[in-house]
Design a protein around this ligand. Structure first.
Ligand code: COA
Length: 334
């Protein structure tokens, strides 16, 4: 029997900015209503950063995850942040977090996979740990989306929020056993990308403004074909989840919770229906957080962990999907 390194989530943390913006607050500054937003998305309110930076929120979430795992910052040898809203082009958010936590022994870098960013970072950490290169990873999903939103575009700005989530992922070196023996950890993962459909959800970066090409470029913001993205999510996510369950040799009924990216309640309902899964197994965080892109999954996971909803041996599916287009799913035994 082939031995494998078991990689486990050993701690979680999150940080939400102090300022809460309700749907009613939004209706005071633009032509929208609680009724429109809630009935189409399930969102009631979201947290918006005022003074908090992306790196600050990520470091706060990371600190809590390290405390939860009982891991010292100096023990961390890998930090990966899933984000599209870093404070700088360089240094990366992960490098800023390394500095803030004093994780002097870590290698740190960011991953850009939008709403699947945390899951891509998680899978990358898993692969490094499985290969034996690193032992202890801090994986972050963090966004300050409010700075890349057009606050005059009611069709996008009401959907999103700011926040950060983190997970400590460790290689269980002392218990390298066959995964099928039920030793827990990350049982299977799968992910994909479709750049052909990338423009369905985009935010233009800087354009060249050197003396040869000065083109009067002005900054632009998140732009989305909502219906295209909706169709992508409800068709791709159930297939990805079924695929990862097949890889793990599990069935929908074996799963206690489906911790999905929190874009829209209708997407959660449609995925549940297509999988023939009980909607009660799909925890909801978007009601109070909106869509936090890469932060959605780890914040929700941390909320569940802290309220004691996750018990040893529970099988949990986590899935992210969004800009790129990108998607990723994992099955974890808690
Ligand atoms: N408040 C009030 N009215 C609004 C509004 C708002 N915030 N935003 C848009 N509208 C209006 C539109 O102008 C349009 O009016 P019109 O019919 O007079 O032109 C009407 O509401 C319908 O707009 P539409 O875009 O067709 O709504 P929709 O039913 O497709 O719902 C989404 C829009 C964004 C909620 C929906 O497409 C969706 O959830 N898509 C998935 C997006 C997503 O989750 N993306 C992130 C994935 S990571």
């Amino acid at each position: 029997m082939k031995n494998k390194v078991v990689t486990r989530i050993t701690g979680t943390g999150s940080y939400l900015p102090g300022h809460i913006m309700t749907n009613d607050d939004l209706s005071n500054i633009m032509d929208t209503s609680d009724e429109w937003i809630f009935s189409r998305t399930g969102i009631k309110e979201r947290h918006l950063a005022k003074d908090e930076t992306t790196a600050f929120m990520a470091a706060e979430a990371g600190k809590k995850a390290l405390e939860d795992a009982g891991v010292e910052a100096a023990e961390v040898d890998l930090i990966i942040a899933g984000t599209i809203t870093g404070d700088y082009v360089t240094p990366s958010t992960a490098c800023e977090v390394q500095e803030k936590l004093g994780a002097v022994n870590a290698v740190a870098f960011d991953i850009n996979a939008a709403c699947a960013g945390f899951m891509f970072a998680f899978h990358t950490a898993h692969a490094y740990l499985q290969s034996g290169i690193y032992k202890t990873a801090l994986v972050l999903g963090v966004e300050t989306l409010s700075k890349i939103l057009d606050w005059k575009d009611r069709s996008t700005c009401v959907l999103f929020g700011d926040g950060a989530g983190a997970a400590v992922v460790c290689a269980d070196g002392e218990k390298e056993k066959e995964l099928s023996e039920g030793n827990g950890g990350i049982l299977a993962f799968e992910q994909g990308s479709d750049g052909r459909r990338g423009m369905a959800l985009n935010c233009c970066g800087r354009k060249n403004r050197n003396p040869l090409t000065d083109n009067g470029w002005i900054p632009s913001y998140v732009s989305m074909d909502g219906q295209e993205v909706y169709k992508f999510a409800v068709s791709t996510v159930p297939v990805s989840i079924q695929r990862v369950l097949d890889k793990a040799g599990l069935h929908v009924e074996d799963v206690k919770y489906f911790v999905l990216h929190q874009a829209n309640i209708r997407i959660l309902q449609s995925v549940a229906k297509r999988l023939k899964a009980d909607i009660g197994k799909f925890p909801v965080g978007l009601d109070h957080c909106g869509n936090m892109s890469a932060a959605s999954v780890p914040v929700l996971l941390d909320e569940m962990n802290r309220k004691g909803a996750l018990e040893k041996g529970d099988k949990i599916v986590m899935a992210g999907f969004g800009g790129g287009l990108t998607w990723a799913s994992a099955v974890v035994e808690w």
